[in-house]
Write a protein that binds this ligand. Structure first.
Ligand code: NAP
Length: 294
């Protein structure tokens, strides 16, 4: 990206990876592509399935719908109560799968138990999986075949690229192995020729791995879990976490920013780092879907 200001994190020399700014730039570019689609009579459309009353999920869905609107993507949100039947959810998915005016479908995670979220994901048409987390899309990532990438790791790669931070040949350590984040992150870094280590809750001597990381991705879901003392000097530190902490306003990342920034060469803030990139990638995938299959 041209003209990207290079600002340092407070009280350190580390480059602040400004996801908010990069995401805004991506959204501006998407507006042009959406305008071209509109001229062809195609209105890109994202359909969102929201089940239950999880307040964070409702907030995320509102944010995504607003973001769609801002670039000219139509969004449909269908809210089901937690008491809805699996059959009702599947019928809605079948309808969206068959509807040519719907280009992308997002099943907001988590779908409350005993409903079967995995079965819903398996049912979704891979051509509409703009969240990139169905078994089909993840399998394609393993095979190195084209498919929609999971939005958060895709956003992290886009952020590293925007700042021209090299990936090839680097030792990348991903802390976390969830299906939506840690695993696809590791695969995307591997596909970009990093040497990748994946750590998880049963990793022994975690610090010996984190201290060896040129690129450290924190995807743990534990506030300020990664501290400066766990980092190699000069590491690029990506904080994918956002956690609600009682008594603190706003979201708290998985990295203790104040101790990590003086050790890192580049670091993402929370908020304003990975979060806006995730939303930008959802829009990007939806526009891609409309261009490919619209
Ligand atoms: P998750 O499904 O709970 O996975 C957490 C991972 O961290 C698991 O693989 C777990 O290991 C590992 N872990 C837990 N404790 C550990 C420890 N002590 N040492 C090493 N690894 C440990 O969470 P997620 O959905 O991947 O999300 C992770 C974070 O990213 C959360 O803060 C979430 O809010 C955030 N997130 C952000 C975005 C965004 O748009 N920015 C999107 C999605 C998620 P095991 O597998 O062994 O249990």
């Amino acid at each position: 990206m041209e003209n990207l200001p290079r600002t340092c994190a407070p009280n350190s020399d580390a480059l602040l990876l400004d996801g908010k700014r990069v995401a805004m730039h991506i959204r501006e570019q998407l507006k042009t592509r959406v305008a071209t689609l509109h001229q062809r009579g195609i209105i890109p459309c994202l359909a969102v399935m929201l089940v239950g009353d999880d307040s964070a999920s409702h907030t995320y869905v509102r944010t995504k719908a607003k973001a769609c609107e801002s670039v000219g993507i139509r969004s449909i949100v269908r809210h089901f109560p937690a008491s809805a039947s699996q059959a009702a959810l599947e019928a809605q998915l079948d309808a969206w799968n068959a509807d040519p005016s719907v280009h992308g479908v997002l099943i907001q995670h988590p779908v409350p138990a005993p409903l079967d979220e995995a079965a819903l994901l398996r049912r979704l048409d891979p051509r509409k999986d703009v969240d990139g987390i169905t078994p089909h899309s993840l399998g394609a990532l393993v095979a190195g075949e084209p498919a929609f990438g999971a939005c958060t790791p895709l956003g992290i790669i886009a952020l590293l690229d925007a700042y021209q931070l090299p990936i090839e040949g680097k030792h990348a350590v991903v802390v976390g192995r969830s299906v939506i984040l840690g695993k696809p992150m590791a695969l995307m870094l591997l596909n970009r020729h990093a040497t990748v280590t994946i750590c998880h809750s049963r990793t022994r001597d975690l610090v010996s791995y984190t201290r060896a990381a040129d690129i450290l991705v924190a995807a743990v879901g534990k506030p300020e879990f990664i501290t400066g003392a766990m980092l190699k000097p000069g590491a690029v530190v990506i904080d994918a976490g956002y956690n609600r902490v009682e008594g603190r306003t706003g979201d708290v990342g998985d990295v203790a920013f104040e101790s990590a920034a003086p050790v890192a060469s580049a670091i993402t803030p929370v908020p304003g780092g990975v979060g806006p990139m995730t939303v930008a990638m959802l829009l990007h995938n939806t526009v891609d879907a409309a261009e490919r299959y619209g």
